[in-house]
Design a protein around this ligand. Structure first.
Ligand SMILES: *Cc1c(COP(=O)(O)O)cnc(C)c1O
Length: 331
């Protein structure tokens, strides 16, 4: 699979490390749990959006954009990474925050990713929960065009076919790493939200004819909607890559049993997963995504879904910067 025919800027720290979580594996009684450190991609604290932005920002540069517009929840990791690379490339940036969870908490509203996003001289606006954020971004773009600017809209989570290429690339990287180490991976598990990460991984695994299953642990939507979103984006990405065989629904699996009360609200299982991973492995997960992903993995292991001698790779998609916005949940 040749990704070099798509414009790309190289700014991620790649390949990310693949490490064995020996203490957590032992505490849970197997399988062997590996962690791929996509929390360490290097851009302003890192995380999974950085890989997508290599392709998205190359497209923006190609189109001669001078300003980017993107959106996310108030504690968005995607917004932080997007506005950081815009600053580096000399572009202005507009961040639209959707107040997706009803919180008056000072840390949630001002600390963590919000504080970091402000470091990059971004124009921040806040919008009530349920706002049509795509329409809101379009109206900002329209105003900027009238001023003679050339805006580039990055969709929420960077999840379109161009962004998904970042995770096609991650799949290639992971399979190369595991081939080198002669490590057979049975399952890949990670938190899934706006779908680009999982769609890219599924597309990459399909394209290499690898047999590894990919399981997304949902953080927001019910399972049928999540799987449909991932499948549609994976199929579009495969088409853009010119695959001869289509991606089938069987290749897309999500488990949305660990969302708890809703997006951005950590469940007890999320907090337990964050604590276990910190205390056994010295690794920080986050309360919105990777903590829920790990909660799913831990529970599925306890239920005996995986064999003792299997190898499971947990992709750490980042987000620890949001911990500072959730102090009241964590102390
Ligand atoms: C955005 C995000 C995800 C989900 O990735 P999608 O591509 O949106 O599905 C997972 N973990 C973290 C930390 C994120 O910021």
């Amino acid at each position: 699979m040749n990704l070099t025919r798509f414009p790309r800027l190289l700014f991620s720290h790649l390949p990310t490390q693949l490490e064995l979580m020996s203490a957590l594996s032992k505490a849970l009684g197997g399988p062997r749990i590996w962690i791929k450190r996509d929390d360490c991609t290097g851009l302003a604290g890192g995380g999974n959006k950085t890989r997508k932005l290599e392709f998205l920002m190359a497209d923006a540069v190609k189109k001669k954009a001078d300003v980017i517009i993107t959106q996310g929840a108030v504690q968005s990791n995607h917004v932080r990474q997007s506005v950081a690379i815009a600053a580096k490339l000399g572009m202005a940036s507009y961040a639209l925050f959707e107040e997706r969870i009803d919180s008056k908490d000072n840390d949630y509203n001002h600390n963590g990713n919000v504080l970091l996003t402000k470091m990059f001289n971004t124009h921040i606006s806040r919008h009530p929960s349920g706002t049509d954020m795509n329409a809101a971004m379009e109206s900002v773009a329209e105003k900027l065009r009238v001023e003679g600017k050339n805006p580039y809209i990055i969709p929420g989570g960077g999840s379109n076919t161009i962004g998904a290429l970042g995770y096609v690339n991650c799949a290639l990287e992971l399979i190369a790493q595991t081939n080198e180490q002669n490590l057979h991976v049975d399952h890949i598990i990670h938190a899934t939200g706006s779908s680009g990460t999982q769609a890219g991984l599924v597309t990459g695994i399909h394209g290499m004819n690898a047999t590894t299953s990919v399981l997304g642990i949902g953080v927001r939507m019910p399972r049928d909607i999540q799987e449909a979103n991932v499948l549609a984006l994976a199929q579009d990405t495969a088409q853009m890559l010119g695959f001869r065989t289509a991606i089938t629904p069987e290749e897309v699996q999500a488990n949305c049993d660990y969302v708890g009360e809703g997006y951005g609200i950590p469940a007890d299982s999320t907090l337990e997963a964050i604590q276990m991973t910190a205390q056994l492995e010295g690794i920080l997960l986050d309360p919105v995504y990777s903590g829920k992903g790990m909660a799913g993995l831990i529970d599925l292991i306890r239920k005996g879904v995986f064999h003792r001698n299997e190898n499971v790779v947990f992709i750490h998609t980042g987000g620890a910067q949001a911990l500072f916005g959730y102090r009241h949940n964590l102390e």
